[in-house]
Write a protein that binds this ligand. Structure first.
Ligand code: XMP
Length: 512
C-alpha cells in the first residue's frame, strides 16, 4: 500500500489514479488524520500531495513526524515538497512571482527515479502550480533537475529515498509524470504491480460473503454503471440472497428500462423486480415547473416506492449501494464554511436509516474508471459500460416548465433520434454526455403549406472528465443540421431545434 497524505490540492485524486495504474493499491488520507492512517495502513511508501496553504504561515499543515522516522521512501509534491523541506531543516519562502502552467525542466544529475524515463542533460515539459518555493535544501539533499524559475524543481536524497518536486507529476500536462510515479512505486519502494481487477473481484466477493452471511440484500438498480456493477458483484457473492428493485419512474430514456431488465434477467439470471411507478411519479409532477421541487418530489417518491416494495419482499438486513471512492474520500477543509447547494442530487440517501438496514458498498475503494474495468471483468458489454451518465431525476429535469405526459413523450422521441445520429456519426465515445431538452416555448414554423406552432428542442453535448467542469462539444454544422432535420421531421410537436453552446461553469450540464 502507498499512503497519500492530502494537503488539499485539487488534484490529489489524480495521484491516487496514477499509483493505482501501476497496479499498486493506495489510499488518500487527509493530513489531519495522517498519523492514524499511517498506523492503520502500514504503507510501504508515502506521497505528500500539493495544497493551497503556505508552509511559511503559522499553523500551516505538516506531515506527521512518524513518516520521517519510519525510514520509508517519501515523494513530496508541491506543498508536499515544501513541508518536507521545512520539516527536515531546509528553508521555504513565499514566492515573489507565482508560477502556473507549463515549464521545462533540465536534468542535471542522474537519479534513480529517472531510470528509463529521463537522462542527463535532457529537457522535459512539466506542469507547475505554486506560490512558495524552497530556498535552502535540507541536509543530504541535492538538486537533480531545474527549470528557469525553479532552481529546486526536483530534489532528492537518494540515501533516504526521499524525492521532492515543485511541479505536478500527476497531471497529464506533465507527460512523463506517470512514469516517474511508477518508478517511485516499483523501483524505489519495491512494490509489485499485483493489484488487478480480477484480484479485486475475488477479494470483494469474499468480503461480501463475510459481511452478509446468509442474510438478505436489496439493491436499487437504476441501470447506471455503478449500481449495476455493485449488483453483479453481490450477485456473484451471494446469488439468490440478493433482490434488485428497479423503480421505473417513467422518466427514463426510450426503451431504457426494458433493455436493462432484459439484460439482467436474461444474461445474469439476477432476481430483479421491475416496478412500474410511472403513473405515480408523473401524476405528482404534472404541471410542476420548479427544478428543486421536481428533484425533491422524485427523491421522496423514489424512497416511498422502494420502501413499499422492500416491505412486500419481507424486508432485508442489507442495502447495496454503488458508492465510489471519490464519495468516500474525506475532503480537506480549510474554511469549514458551508457550500452552496446548486442542485439537490438524487440518490438513495436516507433509506438505510429509515429502514434500519446496513450498507453493502463493494465499490467504495474504486474510482469510476476502475468500476468500468470491473464491469468488463464481470461480463457487462462495452456498449453498456461506455454509456453516457444519466441523472437520477431523468427526463423531468430536461423538461423545463410544467411537466406533462405529452411533453415527456415528445422529449423521449427527440432524444432517441439525437443519440441515434450521434452513434451513426461515430461520435458517441468522443462525447461525455449528450441529450435533448424540450423548451417550454412554442415558435411559429411552416411545414408543407401549413403554419405550425410547436415546441423548441435544445440539443446539448459536452466533453468533460468528471462532470465538475465541461466544455460544449464542437460539432460540425453538417451534423447538427442532419440531427435537427430528423427531429423536426419525425417528432410531432417540435418545429425548431437549437444547440446549447454554454460551458460549465457558468452553465451546468443539465438545464435544471
Ligand atoms: P450538472 O447539471 O450539475 O450535472 O452540471 C453534472 C452531472 O451530474 C448529473 N446529474 C445527476 N446525477 N442525480 C444524478 O445521479 C442527479 O440528481 C443529477 N443531477 C445532475 C448530470 O447528468 C451530469 O452528468
Amino acid at each position: 500500500t502507498v499512503l497519500i497524505i492530502d494537503f488539499g490540492s485539487q488534484v490529489t485524486q489524480l495521484i491516487a489514479r496514477r499509483v493505482r495504474e501501476t497496479g499498486v493499491y493506495c489510499e488518500i488520507v487527509p493530513f489531519q488524520s495522517a498519523e492514524e492512517g499511517f498506523a492503520r495502513l502500514k504503507p510501504k511508501a508515502i506521497i505528500l500531495s500539493g495544497g493551497p496553504a503556505s508552509t511559511v504561515d503559522e499553523g500551516s499543515p505538516r506531515a506527521p513526524q512518524a513518516i520521517f522516522d519510519s525510514g520509508l521512501p517519501i515523494f513530496g509534491i508541491c506543498y508536499g515538497q515544501q513541508t518536507m523541506c521545512m520539516q527536515l531543516g531546509g528553508k521555504v519562502e513565499s514566492g515573489h512571482h507565482r508560477e502556473f502552467g507549463r515549464a521545462f525542466l533540465e536534468v542535471e544529475k542522474d537519479c534513480a527515479l529517472f531510470d528509463g524515463v529521463w537522462s542527463l542533460g535532457s529537457r522535459h515539459q512539466v506542469w507547475m502550480s505554486h506560490g512558495d518555493r524552497v530556498t535552502a535544501l535540507p541536509e543530504g539533499f541535492e538538486v537533480v533537475a531545474t527549470s528557469a524559475n525553479a532552481p529546486y524543481a526536483f530534489i532528492a536524497n537518494e540515501a533516504k529515498k526521499y524525492y521532492a518536486v515543485q511541479f505536478h507529476p500527476e497531471v497529464v500536462h506533465t507527460p512523463d509524470g506517470a512514469k516517474l510515479i511508477a518508478n517511485f512505486v516499483h523501483n524505489i519502494a519495491g512494490l509489485k504491480g499485483d493489484w488487478t481487477m480480477s484480484a479485486y473481484r475475488a477479494r470483494a466477493v469474499e468480503a461480501i460473503r463475510n459481511q452478509v452471511g446468509n442474510k438478505r440484500v436489496i439493491c436499487a438498480l437504476s441501470g447506471g454503471v455503478d449500481s449495476s456493477v455493485a449488483a453483479l458483484l453481490i450477485h456473484e457473492a451471494v446469488g439468490e440472497q440478493l433482490t434488485c428493485i428497479l423503480v421505473d419512474h417513467g422518466l427514463m430514456r426510450k426503451n431504457e428500462a426494458a433493455d436493462v431488465v432484459a439484460m439482467f434477467r436474461e444474461h445474469y439470471n439476477l432476481h430483479l423486480l421491475h416496478v412500474d411507478a410511472s403513473d405515480r411519479f408523473i401524476s405528482a409532477l404534472e404541471g410542476e415547473s420548479d427544478p428543486e421541487t421536481k428533484r425533491k418530489t422524485i427523491g421522496r417518491l423514489f424512497i416511498e416506492v422502494f420502501e413499499e416494495e422492500a416491505k412486500k419482499l419481507g424486508g432485508a438486513e442489507f442495502l447495496a449501494q454503488g458508492t465510489l471512492y471519490p464519495d468516500v474520500i474525506e475532503s480537506v477543509s480549510f474554511t469549514g464554511g458551508p457550500s452552496v447547494t446548486i442542485k439537490s442530487h438524487h440518490n438513495v440517501g436516507g433509506l438505510p436509516d429509515r429502514m434500519n438496514m446496513q450498507l453493502v458498498e463493494p465499490l467504495r475503494e474504486l474510482f469510476k474508471d476502475e468500476v468500468r474495468v470491473l464491469g468488463r471483468e464481470l461480463g457487462l458489454p462495452d456498449s453498456f459500460i461506455g454509456r453516457h451518465p444519466f441523472p437520477g431525476p431523468g427526463l423531468a429535469i430536461r423538461c423545463p416548465g410544467g411537466i406533462t405526459r405529452e411533453k415527456l413523450e415528445i422529449l423521449r422521441e427527440a432524444d432517441a433520434i439525437y443519440l441515434d445520429e450521434i452513434r451513426k456519426a461515430g461520435l458517441y465515445d468522443a462525447i461525455w454526455q449528450a441529450f435533448a431538452v424540450l423548451l417550454p416555448v412554442q415558435t411559429v414554423g411552416v411545414m408543407g403549406d401549413g403554419r405550425t406552432y410547436e415546441f423548441v428542442c435544445a440539443l446539448r453535448a459536452v466533453t468533460s472528465v468528471d462532470g465538475m467542469t465541461a466544455d460544449f462539444y464542437h460539432y460540425d454544422m453538417e451534423f447538427l443540421g442532419r440531427a435537427a432535420t430528423r427531429i423536426i421531421n419525425e417528432v410531432r410537436g417540435i418545429n425548431r431545434v437549437v444547440y446549447d453552446v454554454t460551458s460549465k461553469p457558468p452553465g451546468t450540464i443539465e438545464w435544471e
